[in-house]
Design a protein around this ligand. Structure first.
Ligand SMILES: [Zn+2]
Ligand SMILES: [Zn+2]
Length: 441
């Protein structure tokens, strides 16, 4: 490769840098078509056009430059920043993704020894941290779709690559979500297929630990998903799909407070079974989880989630009570204390939640009236509103007798922005909210 000196820019290269900041993709394209314009030229700080585009958050410019052969791993910047670091610092998720897909190395460090993910975490760009930590190029799975050595068959049938890759790259590691992803794909919800998949995951885990640039985060993630797959296999024996039962077990709350003990135990057990005891990450996880009594905070899931996604705390974002998906917005209209992605997630959780919904409602109302601590008139008004709606509007009848478990909380879910009070009223059965009336198991 031709050695490129810093700061020796041709006039048109200077123009290119300006166009990247202020101009259009067409203008940049015209300049790049010029023989005298080097796509990897360096300004006086050692920044390439791609670094400029990444830092300024110009997605289309980044794509154009990459098409023209921009070196995604150029490392000439005066402080050792790469294009991926600039992308992550700018907080642009799409650009971060594009850099990774273009082959950006994630373990390169800047002049003070920080990786792109660490730099992004430092400035609070947690979405970018998550993207970097969970990136796994699909091509790495392709290796397993070809028979290796003496194998007659590949370890992974090619048709499983897509579905498996989808799960590997998920940033929501909630066990229920993983089982849901398996269950929704007939190719995966199959004993033989999952047997192959979990073995491939174990191999990737091993590779992550043994390669020169060890990746404990990815290794732990692969191992954890492998453990969940092995649980799934137990519920797929003899050609029968009983994954719904697994989901129920994972969601079932204990009598006292609804805490999902089985789920907690499964996650703890998976972590403990990580085969590389010397791993720093494993030791960190065990240190955080071991002293915690089952049912107290932090849960094993939150500790694992934080370790793997690099996200600290759950500020300002709501997570689905059932599947842990980010940005859930439908609240149980009775207690308003739990939140879901949609009605499917709410229905799935109802068999467990129905035992606590009423007492949560009391807690909610207590908190609410304490928080209000303002004019008591308003509160009385609110109460009256709620009740009058209950009485006046004819509710859809919930099936309480026919099937206990499908006793649908269905229409309880509502958009957060919907006029809550009115909706709640509309769904109240004459003698109280429909959901909680469902007979106990
Ligand atoms: Zn959900
Ligand atoms: Zn509720």
């Amino acid at each position: 490769m031709v050695h490129i000196k810093k700061g020796e820019l041709a006039q048109q290269e200077k123009e290119l840098l300006e166009v990247i900041g202020k101009g259009t993709v067409q203008e940049a394209g015209t300049l790049l078509a010029n023989k005298d314009v080097r796509v990897n030229c360096l300004d006086e700080n050692g920044m390439t056009p791609l670094m400029h585009a990444a830092y300024k958050g110009k997605l289309d410019m980044c794509k154009l430059l990459l098409r023209h052969g921009a070196d995604v791993n150029c490392h000439q910047h005066e402080h050792g920043y790469t294009a991926l670091m600039f992308a992550a610092l700018s907080g642009n998720k799409d650009i971060t993704w594009v850099m990774l897909e273009a082959g950006a190395e994630t373990d390169v460090v800047n002049s003070v020894g920080r990786t792109a993910a660490q730099m992004a975490a430092f400035v609070g760009q947690h979405d970018c941290v998550t993207i970097i930590n969970n990136f796994f190029p699909r091509e790495r799975l392709d290796y397993y779709t070809k028979p290796q050595g003496l194998d007659k068959e590949p370890k992974l049938p090619p048709k499983l690559t897509g579905p498996l890759h989808k799960i590997i790259t998920t940033t929501n590691l909630h066990p229920v979500k993983i089982v849901m992803l398996v269950n929704e794909n007939p190719l995966l919800a199959d004993e033989a297929a999952l047997n192959k998949c979990y073995k491939v995951l174990d191999l990737i885990c091993e590779k992550c630990m043994k390669q020169r640039d060890m990746n404990e985060v990815l290794a732990m993630k692969m191992h954890y998903i492998s453990c969940i797959f092995q649980k799934c296999i137990n519920f797929l024996k003899d050609g029968e799909n009983k994954l719904d039962m697994l989901i129920r077990s994972l969601l079932k709350g204990r009598a006292t407070d609804g805490f999902p003990t089985y789920q907690e135990k499964i996650i703890r057990e998976s972590i403990r079974k990580f085969p590389y005891c010397e791993a720093t990450l494993l030791q960190q996880l065990v240190r955080s989880i071991a002293p915690v009594e089952i049912g107290s905070e932090p849960t094993a899931f939150s500790v694992l989630h934080q370790a793997i996604t690099g996200q600290v705390g759950f500020v300002d974002v709501e997570f689905c009570t059932t599947c842990g998906e980010k940005g859930a917005s439908k609240r149980c209209s009775v207690c308003k204390m739990v939140i879901y992605c949609d009605q499917t997630c709410q229905k799935t959780h109802w068999f467990s939640h129905k035992k606590l919904c009423k007492s949560l409602k009391v807690i909610y109302e207590k908190q609410h009236s304490e928080a209000a601590r303002g004019p008591s008139e308003e509160e009385e008004d609110g109460q009256r509103d709620f009740n009058s709606n209950c009485v006046n509007e004819e509710p859809p009848r919930a099936e309480t007798r026919a099937s206990q478990d499908s006793a649908t909380p269905g229409d309880c879910a509502e958009g957060e922005k919907a006029p809550r009070r009115r909706e709640a009223g509309a769904e109240c059965a004459q003698d109280g909210p429909a959901g909680p009336l469902a007979p106990e198991e």
